[in-house]
Structures are given as C-alpha cells and as structure tokens.
Design a protein around this ligand. Structure first.
Ligand SMILES: Nc1ncnc2c1ncn2[C@@H]1O[C@H](COP(=O)(O)OP(=O)(O)OP(=O)(O)O)[C@@H](O)[C@H]1O
Length: 257
C-alpha cells in the first residue's frame, strides 16, 4: 500500500535544548518542531522560560546542552548574523527603529540592508527611487501608506509596531521570530496588529512568543506550552486550551484572562 501523504517539512527543530543559569535550569530538554508555513506560538505562565527559549533560537544565548536545526542544518553554534543571512530574522525591538527618520526611510534602510548595501547618500537616484517604491508598497501592506513621511518617533505605539513588522518583512525572512508583538497595546491596537500579522505573514513561517491568548487563538496553527522550562503540552488552540495540565498551570495567573 502506498502512502501518498507527505511528511510536512520542518524548518526549525530543537533537540534536547537545555539552558542552565548558574545551576538553575530555565530550559530543560525541550524538543520542538516548527512546520514550514505555520504560525507557531510559544506560551506559558510567567517565568516558564519563553524568553530564554526565544533567545536560544535567535542565538542571543548559548545553550548548555542540545541542538538547534534550521532547514536541516545544525545552527547551534552559529552567530546571530550568520543565521540572519539565511533568513531567520527576529523582529526588531521598537528601539531599533530609527526614531528621527521617516517611516519610508526606515523601511528603505532595511531593504538596502537586504541588498547588502549600506546607506549611501550617493547611490544613483534611480536605485533609490526603486527602493522608495518598494518601501511604499510595504508601508501600504502594513497600513502605513499615509504615514510614509512621518518620523518614526511621531507614530502612535501600534503604528510603530506596524513599522517594525514592515522593516522585518523588508529583510525577506524565511522564518520570522516575533517577540510579543502585541505587548503593551490597547485592545484596539491588539486587534489591528493581529489582523496585520495575519495578513502580512501569509505563506511565511513565524515563531512568536505571545502572552495574549486571544491573539494566539486567532493566529497560531500550533502552540507549544512551556511551564518551568519544560514542554507541558503541544497542539492547536483547542487541544492545548482544554488540556487539564495547561489549565492548572495557568490558574491564578492573569495570562489566562
Ligand atoms: N540571565 C539569567 N540569569 C538567571 N536566571 C535567569 C536569567 N534569565 C532568565 N532566568 C530565569 O529563568 C526562568 C525563565 O525566565 P524567562 O524570562 O525565560 O521566562 P518567561 O516565560 O519569558 O517569563 P515572562 O512571561 O515573565 O517573560 C525565570 O525563573 C528567570 O528568573
């Protein structure tokens, strides 16, 4: 009997990933597989190890044990710049957006970075025009079309996050890592940014840490729940949200709201 079902392709995998901080194990033997094309969310109560795990993926931290594979290659010992070159891109923090440059200039710099050219004022006008056009297109995608000439510093909080997403997409990521994209937002901004993420990441692979369970239920194809540094549950939202161990881990925390 032939099996016509194809094994889904795994773009990112951790095997036995472990991180100790002076004897305290923040991440313990974590095995996670991220499927190409999925939005994969990492959730868990405060102190579960989400940030530590994320920092291991993006190479901000070095694991104590275990391995990370990206596209089948062992990247455990690679430097952040090396993995970025291969399309594993972490969204910038707001502070990394140049505050006194316009939204268009911020996106253009990201596009230039992708091209491997630094910000040269003497570039032929035609090249800049082309980049401006592409920048405008990206800004429109994230709902900032009318704000192209506005300085980043003057944009409202939710729009700054939209700009951050535009600058990340400008780098043409194969795997986008989003660190709490709706953190600190008003309910209105949360729903705008959730819609935005859904729209712009279509067809891309995303790993996101997110506290807001409504956002996770709307966006995520697959969810890994961490608790005390270990994987507590994994599956789609319905599966993990009805898992008794997950419910217990969340009880008494504001996260479950
Ligand atoms: N550099 C460090 N040195 C010592 N302990 C650390 C360090 N970083 C994190 N930890 C500890 O590891 C555990 C996991 O922290 P982490 O920040 O990864 O959790 P989290 O799930 O992201 O939490 P939160 O939801 O509160 O952001 C915590 O107990 C934390 O105190």
């Amino acid at each position: 009997m032939s099996d016509s079902t194809q094994t889904p392709s795994i773009i990112l995998e951790t095997r036995g990933l472990t991180k100790d901080f002076k004897g305290f194990t923040a991440i313990k033997d974590v095995n996670v597989q991220v499927q190409t094309g999925h939005i994969h969310a990492l959730i868990g109560p405060n102190g579960a190890g989400k940030t530590t795990f994320f920092n291991l993926l993006t190479k901000f931290l070095t694991p104590t044990a275990g391995r990370i594979f990206y596209d089948g290659n062992d990247i455990t010992r690679h430097r952040p710049a090396e993995i970025a070159q291969h399309g594993l891109i972490r969204s910038f923090q707001i502070s990394a957006v140049f505050p006194h440059l316009s939204a268009r200039e911020n996106v253009r710099i990201a596009l230039q970075r992708k091209l491997g050219v630094s910000y040269h004022f003497w570039r032929p006008i035609r090249v800049l025009d082309q980049l401006n056009e592409e920048a405008q297109h990206l800004l429109e995608q994230v709902g900032l079309g009318e704000f192209a000439d506005t300085k980043a510093v003057e944009l409202a909080y939710g729009r700054k996050r939209a700009l951050e997403i535009a600058t990340t997409i400008a780098l043409k990521p194969r795997l986008m890592l989003l660190d709490e994209p709706t953190q600190g937002m008003s309910a209105e901004d949360v729903s705008t940014v959730t819609d935005l993420i859904r729209r712009v990441v279509e067809g891309r692979t995303v790993v996101m840490v997110e506290h807001n369970l409504n956002v996770v239920s709307t966006l995520a194809d697959r969810i890994t729940v961490l608790s005390r540094g270990e994987v507590l549950a994994e599956g789609d939202y319905d599966t993990v949200s009805t898992n008794p161990a997950v419910m217990e881990a969340y009880m008494g925390t504001t996260d479950a709201a």
